[in-house]
Design a protein around this ligand. Structure first.
Ligand SMILES: Cc1cc2nc3c(=O)[nH]c(=O)nc-3n(C[C@H](O)[C@H](O)[C@H](O)COP(=O)(O)OP(=O)(O)OC[C@H]3O[C@@H](n4cnc5c(N)ncnc54)[C@H](O)[C@@H]3O)c2cc1C
Length: 228
């Protein structure tokens, strides 16, 4: 299928076959899911053996950034241009149907396909490390000590251009069969939201260092968004 503006073309690789009405292919749906999660699972095949590795990531425009020790098998595979599939999952609720068969979970998930490329130009590498740090906590890059050259050297940064992607979203109520609706069994959704606890200062933190504003602001924003 030809690419529409803002949409990834649908191919046999990325088309959601099971419950296709839950599939989405537009960046406007896919990118907010990528931006909301912290952890992805990177899958690749080496010598016929599949591996899957959970790791942090950040999205930079149309790429997923991965980083870590230069010795990582996953990063070495990515650096060599190997094919990758990357999954991100947000869990929104437990769906309790009257029948066991219709129990489910509300979720937003994304599957990305692409190939890795090492980012080694110093300026681009610094920008990628900044994107990583800002993904963890906006405002942190300008506050934290920048990487020493030896720390930067020990870290591989990979960009995976998002060549193809899909989102799959389940939302809403249980889908019980008509004949089960009269059963005397509680049915509904138990929502799950990500909640941030109060910050715990490092035990060796000097007592005169206050909580940064960008951290307390972030906390307020996130916990307001998570409120049911
Ligand atoms: C938290 C969670 C729990 C789930 N639990 C179950 C379960 O218990 N049983 C079950 O059968 N399924 C479950 N699913 C759905 C599951 O992810 C698959 O969509 C489904 O099993 C079909 O798999 P398949 O191998 O036939 O995919 P195919 O239809 O062959 O996949 C084709 C393409 O569709 C896209 N795609 C498929 N699934 C997803 C997805 N979830 N997100 C984004 N893109 C996708 C990918 O691009 C993939 O390459 C769950 C999903 C999530 C996120």
């Amino acid at each position: 299928m030809a690419e529409r503006d803002g949409f990834f073309p649908q191919t046999s690789q990325n088309t959601v076959k099971r419950l296709p009405q839950r599939g989405h292919y537009d960046r406007a749906t896919i990118y907010p899911i990528l931006d909301a999660a912290f952890v992805c699972h990177v899958a690749f095949v080496q010598d016929g053996q599949p591996f899957i590795i959970p790791t942090l990531y950040a999205r930079q425009d149309d790429s997923i950034l991965l980083h870590g020790a230069t010795t990582s098998r996953m990063l070495r595979h990515a650096e060599s241009g190997g094919a990758l599939s990357i999954a991100v999952t947000l869990v929104d609720g437990i769906v309790l149907a009257r029948s066991v068969f219709h129990h489910s979970i509300n979720y937003r998930s994304v599957v990305v396909f692409g190939h890795g490329r090492l980012i080694d130009a110093p300026e681009a590498k610094t920008a990628a490390l900044a994107a990583f740090t800002e993904k963890l906590l906006p405002g942190r890059w300008d506050d934290a000590r920048p990487p020493h050259p030896n720390e930067s050297k020990a870290t591989s940064v990979i960009a995976v251009e998002i060549e193809s992607a899909s989102a799959k979203i389940r939302a809403g109520d249980p889908g019980d069969d008509e004949e089960d609706l009269a059963l005397p069994i509680w049915a509904g959704v138990l929502p799950i939201a990500q909640h941030y606890g109060p910050p715990i200062p490092a035990p060796n933190l000097a007592p005169d260092i206050p909580l940064p504003d960008y951290l307390s602001d972030y906390l307020d924003r996130q916990n307001q968004n998570a409120a049911p």
